[in-house]
Design a protein around this ligand. Structure first.
Ligand code: PEP
Length: 256
């Protein structure tokens, strides 16, 4: 089964609206040669998303947000709905990022509500899972990831899975410069695919892309992306410089 690689930047709280168009355009220019081989996405702060969509027009860069709420509208100060995201022209969203879980009280249940709302709205949803260092050292990786997947994807069907991407992001590797070894990452990706097969059936599980995230850079991307079940990357720091992001995308384009 060949799955198109997907490389998505997660800009986090780092780029101002006035800086957005220049970064999107620089990324589009630096990655144009790989556009047919790799799905390229920039997930931006909500306040940047209109600028990003406008700058990406005429390119193959997809644009998304870093979160969404599960209700259509209402008294949810500070949140954005999937309808609002769709209205901007953005087509992707990240749910369940470990920083949302760690700092903003996100639980597997709220991740499930956000993921479900995103997929029902037609957005491609990159749902993040990953263990902390303590959980890894206590040999709880499969238990934690298995629970995050089962609860996070509860109620979704094999049809819904067409809009689903899973991002495996070991919390201890995010923004720390520490990367899971390709073998460590592949082991967890294989476990994720097995779990997806139990939830949606084997044929569907084979079609779902699983990204790796955690200090992925041009220098380590090729080895990671060469692994059988690693279908792309969710990139933080290295997504903020067009040349670095393009280096990862070039590795994805050349991965077997
Ligand atoms: C992320 O936050 O999704 C991430 C993977 O960050 P970094 O690449 O900076 O580790």
């Amino acid at each position: 089964m060949s799955r198109k690689k997907i490389i998505a930047g997660n800009w986090k709280m780092n780029v101002k609206p006035s800086e957005t168009a220049a970064l999107v355009k620089a990324i589009a220019e630096a990655t144009a040669a790989y556009a047919d081989k790799v799905e390229i996405v920039c997930c931006t702060p909500a306040i940047d998303v209109l600028e990003a969509v406008a700058a990406a027009k005429g390119t193959t860069i997809g644009v998304g947000t870093e979160n969404c709420h599960w209700e259509d509208h209402g008294a949810f100060t500070g949140e954005i709905s999937t309808g609002m995201i769709v209205d901007t022209g953005a087509t992707y969203v990240i749910t369940g990022h470990s920083e949302r879980r760690q700092y903003f009280g996100e639980t597997d249940e709220t991740v499930n509500k956000r993921t479900t709302a995103a997929i029902k709205a037609g957005l491609t949803c990159m749902m993040c899972v990953g263990e902390t260092l303590d959980e890894r050292e206590a040999d709880l990786v499969n238990e934690v990831i298995g629970r995050q997947l089962k609860v996070g994807l509860k109620g979704l069907t094999a049809n819904d899975a067409a809009k689903l991407v899973i991002a495996y992001e070991p919390v201890w590797a995010i923004g720390t410069g520490k990367t899971a070894t390709p073998a460590q990452a592949q082991q967890v990706h294989a476990f994720i695919r097995e779990t997806l097969a139990k939830l949606f059936g084997e044929a569907t599980a084979e079609t779902i892309r699983i990204q790796y995230g955690g200090s992925m850079k041009p220098g380590n991307a090729a080895e990671l992306l060469a692994q059988k079940d690693i279908d792309g990357g969710l990139i933080g720091g290295a997504a903020l410089k067009a040349a670095d992001f393009a280096g990862i995308i070039s590795a994805a384009a050349n991965a077997k």
